[in-house]
Design a protein around this ligand. Structure first.
Ligand SMILES: Nc1nc2c(ncn2[C@@H]2O[C@H](COP(=O)(O)OP(=O)(O)OP(=O)(O)O)[C@@H](O)[C@H]2O)c(=O)[nH]1
Length: 320
């Protein structure tokens, strides 16, 4: 007798998180801790996106993979839980991601149990929740005036040692890197933006779903230093927030002191004013490049998942 399996042929999920248009995409991995300076890791590892279903509740019913008629009561109660979560969030980013209960058994679960929501992470601007499995996702945007060394900084960090003396203006480049920071693994999408000036319109894609910014100036350019404040204002205006996780980066610190137009103290004061981190670095000499990203990981951790406060021991318990 032949047994016929009745398992429906469901389409497979689109793995990973949505990517923007890129000119270059590099994947690498590094590990840092808050106390240890960053050492770029040459043993690159690829990101393995986890098998999760992207669910667009608004546009196509409960799931893209099942028809409305097959929605059972468990789905409905689940949807109501998601709805309650959404009530507290701005509905500008309607994609909700969760592991499907009826996940195809042929898909590798990669150690994630059925129905287990491992982490819930949200960016500060996109306003919509997404629940993802495994490592946390971070989108970082590098902004600043033209020719301050944003691309050199990114390339030196993502695939060291990389430094190019020649200058090619960037339109946009996205790289990926797995960063281990303070025992946590982060899937980072690093967007190297085009150089900004005061008249450049702030593109919404540099705010939606973004977790943190490196605002770069060159220590030999006063104008690029002033651009940091301008870009920062644009970000806050767009987001409608008083503070965003960001680090001010004084690039090209290898240059001779006679060429310097912005002092270290001025950089520190601006960072203090903007409630941001501050690092002076040189992509050319690969000096403090890792520290700039490490400082941003720290800013983001403080914003999104601060370490729990240590409880003070009660003296009267000890006194008994
Ligand atoms: N001395 C020195 N020069 C650097 C450093 N980083 C970059 N440069 C040079 O500065 C120029 C511009 O570098 P890019 O990395 O392309 O600058 P960018 O900010 O990405 O430029 P846009 O794409 O126009 O925004 C290049 O000629 C680099 O060689 C550095 O750390 N020190």
């Amino acid at each position: 007798m032949t047994t016929i399996s009745s398992r429906p042929n469901r389409p497979r999920p689109t793995p990973g998180f949505p990517m923007t248009r890129t000119t270059t995409t590099t994947t690498s991995s590094t590990s840092v801790s808050p106390t240890t300076p960053t050492t770029p890791d040459s043993s690159d590892t690829a990101i393995h996106p986890l098998p999760i279903y992207l669910v667009d509740k608004w546009s196509s019913g409960l799931t893209k993979t099942r028809s409305r008629s097959s929605v059972n009561s468990r789905d409905k109660s689940r949807a109501s839980v998601i709805d309650r979560k959404l009530e507290n969030r701005r509905p500008s980013y309607p994609d909700v991601t969760f592991e499907d209960e009826d996940q195809d058994p042929e898909l590798p679960l990669q150690g994630i149990k059925r129905n287990q929501i491992v982490r819930e992470e949200t960016g500060f601007i996109h306003g919509g929740p997404y629940i993802m499995s495994g490592s946390m996702r971070r989108k970082l945007v590098i902004m600043g005036a033209p020719s301050v060394g944003k691309t050199s900084l990114t390339q030196q960090y993502v695939s060291p040692p990389t430094y190019n003396e020649s200058y090619f203006p960037t339109i946009e480049a996205t790289s990926h890197k797995v960063i281990n920071y303070d025992g946590e693994e982060y899937n980072c999408e690093i967007v190297d933006s085009a150089g900004q000036d005061e008249y450049t319109l702030f593109p919404s894609k540099y705010a939606i779903g973004v977790h943190g910014y490196l605002l770069v100036y060159s220590i030999n350019s006063r104008q690029s230093f002033e651009m940091v404040q301008t870009v920062h204002n644009k970000i806050l205006d767009f987001a409608g927030l008083e503070k965003v996780p960001c680090v001010i980066v004084g690039q090209k610190c290898d240059l001779d002191s006679s060429e310097r137009r912005v002092t270290t103290i001025e950089g520190q004061e601006l960072a203090k004013k903007l409630k941001a981190g501050f690092v002076e670095c040189s992509a050319k000499d690969n000096k403090n490049v890792g520290k700039a990203f490490e400082a941003l990981m720290n800013e983001m951790r403080m914003a999104y998942n601060p370490p729990p406060e240590k409880k003070k021991s009660s003296w009267w318990i000890w006194g008994r």
